[in-house]
Write a protein that binds this ligand. Sequence first.
Ligand code: IVH
Length: 670
Amino acid sequence: MDIRKRMDELINLINKYNEAYYQKNESLISDYDFDQLLNELQKLEDENPLFVLSDSPTKKVGGTITKQFKSVNHRFPMLSLGNTYNENDLKEFDSRIKKVLGDEKYEYICELKFDGVALSFWYENGKLIKGVTRGDGTRGDDITNNVKTIKSIPHYIADTSLPFEFELRGEGFMPNHIFEQINQDRILSGEPLLANPRNSASGTFKMQDSSVVAQRNLDCFIYAYLGFDNPFQTHEESLLKLTELGFPISPTWEKCTNIESVLAYIEKWAFVRNDLPLNTDGIVIKINDFGQQERLGFTAKSPRWAISFKYPSEIAKTEILSISYQVGRTGNITPVANLNPVYLAGTMIKRASIHNANEMNRLDLHEGDTVLVEKGGEIIPKITGVDMSLRKPEKTKFAFPTNCPDCQSELVRVEGEANHYCMNDSKCPTQIKGKIEHFIQRKALNIENLGVETIDLLFEKSLIKDASDLYSLTSLDFIGLEGFQSKSIQNILNSVEQSKTIPFRKVLFGLGIRHVGATIAEKLVIEFKSIRNIMSASYEELIAVPEIGDRIALSIISYFSKTENLEFIERLHSSSVQLSEEISELEQESTSLEGKSFVISGVFQNFDRDGLKDKIVLNGGKVVSSISAKLDYLIAGDNMGPSKLEKANQLSIKIINEEEFINLLNKYAN
Ligand code: IVH
């Protein structure tokens, strides 16, 4: 084999997986397989030092930095940990420690390895001043405003025994029940599902609007204290003190005096860890004494005084019986494998998701294949491979359907998206029923007393063709339908009537425009106030709204370009459904900034940019993007652009900082 070629191949693969993981939050490969590739490359590099590239992935910690947030240098690099997968690897780690420490006694602290997002918290004078992501290990993103939404992290500690400046490291995560709730909501709003809690946490921490982040109830476990001036002798001491000060330290850690008790810890948590509110993918073993840690030191990528042990992810083998294709409310087609039932991680698995056609092709699934089903970080098990030795040669490959399994119309693959869609959204029965169910749900028009079965029945009997027909139902329509008493009919009609008072933001969500969930609907209403304004908004006006990007804007434009949707809205209008809402009803705070215009520049301590914009608008002011002689104020944050400053000075515009802005608000408010 050509060694150099193989090394190039490995580097390309590893870089590709790293990029997907760090930039797009996508895991294209299991941690185990990734480590196998990295180990193979490391081995080839050790044996062939002449071929080693200076930017080889074996020399790097992780990915690169996303551009949206201000990036900051870490004061201490955020390193990764070496991985082990078995007892032998662990014993070797222990021998390496013994070799360096000689006759000295040493202890380990064992902790669970939390599967979330590495975060760094900077404290100064007892105050939390920064929250930073790991980024590439050397520079990370400043996500202070988002980190401050974690309720368990103190923003201030009154204790004077800690140094003026110190740093904590921890794992930010999305509790599993929050993740499941978000996906439930996404099913209802027809948005693509989040893959797993880790990706969801990572995506949420990078959101621009911290008020949305706050709604997601992210949490964190702190696992390290760092500082130039360290008041602790041991990691244990630091954990105890931080616990006493109210920091979120998971009580699952234990002190172990030898490698045997480390192995016992691993065994103890192998199953119980599944009962925790977050995913854990292994354990971390750390030398307890800080002096010994210092002597053991670091390699280029990771400490020599710590290592992680990864639990094998649970895998089952079973036969694939068939593939069903589900039609979503927005016409998206999802392949789902029906399996010969098999036990996996404590539950009986009958179905597994395959996500989309790309994934089906990657797996090269054939009828009757024996597949590997894995329950990793994801809640829904997925098919990760095929046992080729059991493939029956006479069986054929599964083909993704060309037509909708319900209405038979031809499926379309949207440019740039992995999903296939049934575009027959006004006639495909599954889509129509899904849209009506979406319309009546609690978060939308909240039409109680009307369940999925009733919708099905009314639809089958042609009493409703879409949700607007609900408003013309009368008690006569129910005559001859089984299971309806006059009381239940009246209840249905009453809640339909009641839904005419539901505020527009919920109606907008209820329309079921692809990618427009409840939060986006609210943002649209704050900005545009009525359906007429949204309909006539241009692409530029739409993407100027916080949180609305290209994908959502195009989806909104496409929705309103269809005659049947416009007619549907017209019918809702004539039934007196709310199609406008004044911002004052939403959350107008005051009129203290009325008539004043502002330009915002730079980065702020108390607000993110969207938060500051909202504050101005909610108090009657106007935010504009460029400086002109008519401008009233330039609010200057850290690192603002010099050209803006110069122009404002030239035109003698009043330049105020964040504090002065807050004073301004209060002054006019009084
Ligand atoms: S200590 C020098 N302790 O694992 C690195 N890390 O590969 C010291 N992690 O992304 C890390 N739980 O965020 C440590 N109890 C724990 C951990 C933990 C999860 C993550 C960490 C980092 C990765 C290290």
